[in-house]
Design a protein around this ligand. Structure first.
Ligand code: NAD
Ligand code: LMR
Length: 338
């Protein structure tokens, strides 16, 4: 009898051949940090995504268990597990999209920047692997502090001469998901009908919801604007405090990450008009990185949209956001340059 591994390999190969015959689109996706609080539900949701043909799950712990578990789901994607640094290159080779939720989460009383010392090094190592093994992959970076880890990734790719700003996207989708939910509550609408652009970055005052641009068009009292802005900016802290030391948002983040990854894959497939907010290299402000709406296409963030008209409240918020963002970006850049 063949070993379990041989059986998995051979059934994976047969499945892949079946899909190739049917001509179904299938992308190869790796999740780095796949055994974590975000990684596991994210891996499950990606295993259910019909655009994914191969799913590589990499972590420094527990990757084989998560892989065995998910591999029994009767969905199309073939799942393979990779454990520890020696298997990083195999995990990354040939990938179209790499999603990174690896790193430590916050505990109550911490800022996202307090995670820098541990997560900066993790992101650097993983991005060095990407530069070597799949330099053309789209990268979705979730690990905090996003305002610094995206500049870190950019510097790693620059050093390796593989940097393409269109392919590096910091994931700020959870801010949009929260904004849609909280705004819908205030308006008495179904959150699926609401679209709130959230720009800037992914920490405190750098998270800037543009409530004047909500769709469907609506207006808010000054009190509602203040309440919504504060709640959206502190959504992560709300979850960290409710979890009381056991971690930060994982389930809503996995949902948001899949929503964003799916948009990236639809863009890669060539779908027209795929637009989402993300933290990317940008010329929208004087800062080198900024979150705003981007159009996702075959080569990543093909177009970065301007912010559009802002009201007085948002203009003040923008100045505060830019001040904090400038320091966080510089901190990330210096980490690699030094
Ligand atoms: P977690 O501790 O539950 O999981 C992290 C996983 O990363 C663990 O399985 C761990 O083994 C793995 N890991 C650690 N070092 C690694 C390495 N060198 N290579 C590969 N994997 C490694 O944490 P979590 O709750 O899943 O959060 C992960 C990160 O995502 C945190 O930094 C958190 O702040 C961030 N986060 C970001 C957003 C966002 O909106 N961008 C939202 C929520 C959480
Ligand atoms: C979030 O917004 O939920 C994440 O950035 C995690 C955190 O630390 O708040």
């Amino acid at each position: 009898y063949p070993s379990n591994l041989q059986m998995e390999e051979s059934s994976g190969l047969k499945q892949a051949m079946c899909r190739a015959k049917g001509g179904a689109p299938g992308f190869k996706v790796a999740i780095l940090g796949a055994a974590g609080g975000i990684g596991q539900p994210l891996a499950m949701l990606m295993k259910m995504n019909p655009l994914v043909s191969v799913l590589h799950l990499y972590d420094v712990v527990n990757a084989p268990g998560v892989t065995a578990d998910l591999s029994h789901m009767d969905t199309g994607a073939v799942v393979r597990g990779f454990l520890g640094q020696p298997q990083l290159e195999s995990a990354l080779t040939g990938m179209d999209l790499v999603i990174i939720p690896a790193g430590v989460p916050r505990k109550p009383g911490m800022t996202r920047d307090d995670l820098f010392n541990i997560n900066a090094g993790i992101v650097r190592t993983l991005c060095e692997g990407i530069a070597k093994c799949c330099p053309n992959a789209i990268v979705n970076l979730i690990s905090n502090p996003v305002n610094s880890t995206v500049p870190i990734a950019a510097e790693v790719f620059k050093k390796a001469a593989t940097y393409d700003p269109k392919r590096l996207l910091g994931v700020t989708m959870l801010d949009v998901v929260r904004a849609n939910t909280f705004v819908a509550e205030v308006l008495g609408l179904d959150p699926r009908e609401v679209d709130v652009p959230v720009v800037g970055g992914h920490a405190g005052v750098t998270i800037l919801p543009l409530l004047s641009q909500v769709k469907p068009p609506c207006s808010f009292t000054p009190q509602e604007t203040e309440y919504l802005t504060n709640r959206i900016q502190n959504g992560g802290t709300e979850v960290v405090e409710a979890k009381a030391g056991t971690g930060s948002a994982t389930l809503s983040m996995a949902y948001a990450a899949v929503k964003f990854a799916d948009a990236c894959l639809r863009g890669l497939r060539g779908d027209a008009g795929v637009v989402e907010c993300a933290f990317v290299a940008s010329q929208v402000t004087e800062l080198p990185f900024f979150a705003s709406k981007v159009r996702l296409g075959r080569i990543g963030a093909e177009e970065v949209f301007q912010l559009g008209p802002l009201n007085e409240y948002e203009r003040i918020g923008l100045e505060k956001a830019k001040k904090e963002l400038a320091g966080s970006i510089q901190k990330g850049v210096s980490f690699i340059k030094k």
